[in-house]
Design a binder for this molecule. Structure first.
Ligand SMILES: NC(=O)c1ccc[n+]([C@@H]2O[C@H](COP(=O)([O-])OP(=O)(O)OC[C@H]3O[C@@H](n4cnc5c(N)ncnc54)[C@H](OP(=O)(O)O)[C@@H]3O)[C@@H](O)[C@H]2O)c1
Length: 246
């Protein structure tokens, strides 16, 4: 029987890259989006495609209910939902902050809850990987909303990893710097903006979704069975080192 992975936000830039990697590694996939037409566009007829909003309890539970009913219990979760809301704290609109919290933190909480709930019901081990951001670790101008939401994700990961370790369920996160995906099309729209963005990193450059997907695939794999409660940075050193300025 093949191993089954659930990818949320699967029509997005990172979600697609993770799907490609996991498929190459022999996983059967369940892919979700709030729009089934976006899934069709990304995957044609491949994989089990589910339209659901996993930022709600009902949406997250629906995904696991359908998967279980199809005898496709996922033992891996790659939660790739999120948005980027940039802006100085004093100017951030309430609706933008709530959208940021909802997409990045509330959805992670409900999706992870539904996933571990289904694993516990089936008495199965499993592994989840969530997505944080370099901005959760180091103060970055105008990132107050996303930093607050992603710091919450990192706390969620550590607590859930502790709760479910004895059940053989691993929970980790990755924390990228800027990546080329539809979420950053606007920010990276001009050559000058790309150049400035790339220069912010000790290892200069813009990250790619496929690079991060490789790390996420490894965290979900049998090579990482001793890894839990960790947040793995993939940010060109942005959050941890400060090279000599010349
Ligand atoms: N790109 C970067 O530079 C960067 C940097 C740091 C962290 N990240 C994180 O990486 C993850 C993947 O982002 P990405 O770059 O691949 O962006 P993306 O291409 O925009 O994909 C994100 C997906 O999340 C889903 N989504 C957004 N808001 C949602 C909500 N309120 N409820 C449910 N689903 C929602 C959307 O799926 P549907 O519309 O299809 O439902 C969207 O396709 C996110 O957690 C993001 O915060 C990205």
């Amino acid at each position: 029987m093949s191993k089954v992975a659930l990818i949320t936000g699967a029509a997005g830039g990172l979600g697609r890259a993770v799907a490609e990697r996991l498929h190459e590694e022999g996983w059967s996939l369940i892919v979700t989006s709030r729009s089934v037409s976006r899934l069709r566009e990304a995957y044609g007829q491949a994989h089990l495609q589910l339209e659901a909003d996993c930022s709600t309890v009902a949406g997250a539970r629906y995904i696991l209910e359908v998967a279980t009913a199809e005898t496709l219990l996922p033992t891996a979760l790659a939660h790739c939902v999120g948005n980027i809301r940039l802006g100085a704290l004093h100017r951030m609109k309430e609706e933008d902050f709530m959208s940021c919290l909802n997409a990045n933190l509330v959805g992670a909480f409900h999706t992870l809850a539904a996933f571990v709930g289904a694993l516990r019901e089936a008495n199965s081990p499993g592994s989840a990987v969530l997505v944080s951001s370099a901005a959760a670790r180091i103060g970055t101008p105008n990132h107050e909303a996303v930093a607050a939401a992603k710091a919450g994700v990192e706390g969620l990961v550590r607590a859930a990893a502790a709760t479910y370790a004895a059940a053989g369920i691993r929970v980790n996160a990755v924390a990228p710097g800027i990546m080329e995906t539809p979420a950053t099309t606007g920010v990276l729209a001009t050559a000058a903006a790309r150049e400035i963005a790339a220069r912010q990193y000790p290892l200069p450059g813009i990250g790619s979704a496929s690079e991060l997907a490789g790390l996420m695939t490894w965290l979900l794999s049998e090579q990482a069975t001793r890894v839990t409660g960790q947040v793995w940075s993939l940010d060109g050193g942005f959050s941890t080192i400060r090279p000599l300025v010349r």
